[in-house]
Design a binder for this molecule. Sequence first.
Ligand code: PLP
Length: 425
Amino acid sequence: MVKEQISSEEIIALEDRYGAHNYHPLPVVLSRGEGVYVWDVEGKKYYDFLSAYSAVNQGHCNPKIVSAMVHQAQTLTLTSRAFYNDVLGKFEQFATNFFGFDKLLPMNTGAEAVETALKLCRKWAYEKKGISENKAEIIVCENNFHGRTTTIISFSNDPVARENFGPFTKGFIKIEYDNLLALETALKNNKNVAGFLVEPIQGEAGVYVPSEGYLAKARALCAQYNVLFIADEVQTGIARTGRLLATCGNCSCSDKNCSGEPEVKPDILILGKALSGGAYPVSAVLANNNIMDVIRPGNHGSTFGGNPIAAAVAIAALEVVRDEKLAENAEYLGHIFRTKLAAFAETNDLVNLVRGKGLLNAILINDTEDSSTAWDICLKLRDNGLLAKPTHGNIIRFAPPLVMTEEQLNECISIIINTISEFKK
Ligand SMILES: *Cc1c(COP(=O)(O)O)cnc(C)c1O
């Protein structure tokens, strides 16, 4: 078979013509990846500062993960859960030990795992907490991002994600993020609250880091009112924020930098994205027996959830995080990144603010949300060999693979600073 040479422009035209227009990608067409780098079809090399929304924490085509995937793909790919496969149990044992929970329920995508957590929470509320039928409510935060299903967008407040997709699912109460008083008010005098679903850092909203102690206090309030604390760590988990988990609930990582924030152990932990190292969709919901036991045969499932490839890939992805000390590296490099960019922001009118944790960071561009400044800066960054994407208009997220070296990071910081310094609106 002759491999056709096809240009970036031609590929973009193909997607434009034959694909649904549900994304607005930066115009760059990638055909290869390795570690912190990706290459476009013309052979130009870039630093990837998105990491597929933090799915590729372990680096592109991580050899250990790819090798586990290829081996499993040649052995057994799918049995469905109608039969046992010989990898799922090993993955469940490995991951529950790794994160410190009794049980795991495997799914494929982040949105499915969030849906699973919502169903689990409701069922627990009826069967264990004693909420009367169809009355359960789950508290969520404004500006959340938990995925794209009909139920999940029911409690989004992004008009673009919601418009003309109704009617919506009931049973959600929206409160301000990072506001303990709002949480306590919502919990008080409402016996029907089953859970509180929260992102430890709001990623899609623009990398909003809550005040110190917020998560621990929110967790304590949930315990006080017998409400499940549900952490959506699909983006923040698996070493991204400088710890194994942003909530670091009873984690088994060797990270000794956990002194800042207290450990917060969620009742339900939701993982996705980097649980797979970006190689193959894997997501999971973890909880202890008193919660997970409400799920019985037939209550929930997925044809592909828990398939042997996914299970093998996820074990390898977690082993890489542990063995290559990616949490520690993210913590170390994150400090350098924020320190240098904060110093630059002092001297540059275009950058208002730098914020984040570990290697999940963002800069706020000094322009209106509907301006194209952040987008135009990202185009220039692309030209200079670094790929990043604006989130919510004037915010640029910087989230490289966690396998980056200090030398590479310093080169990237130079690219970012030089690009913005030379930028003219
Ligand atoms: C990406 C993301 C999801 C959804 O994951 P998908 O795999 O895209 O369905 C859910 N929650 C958070 C916090 C995310 O960042």
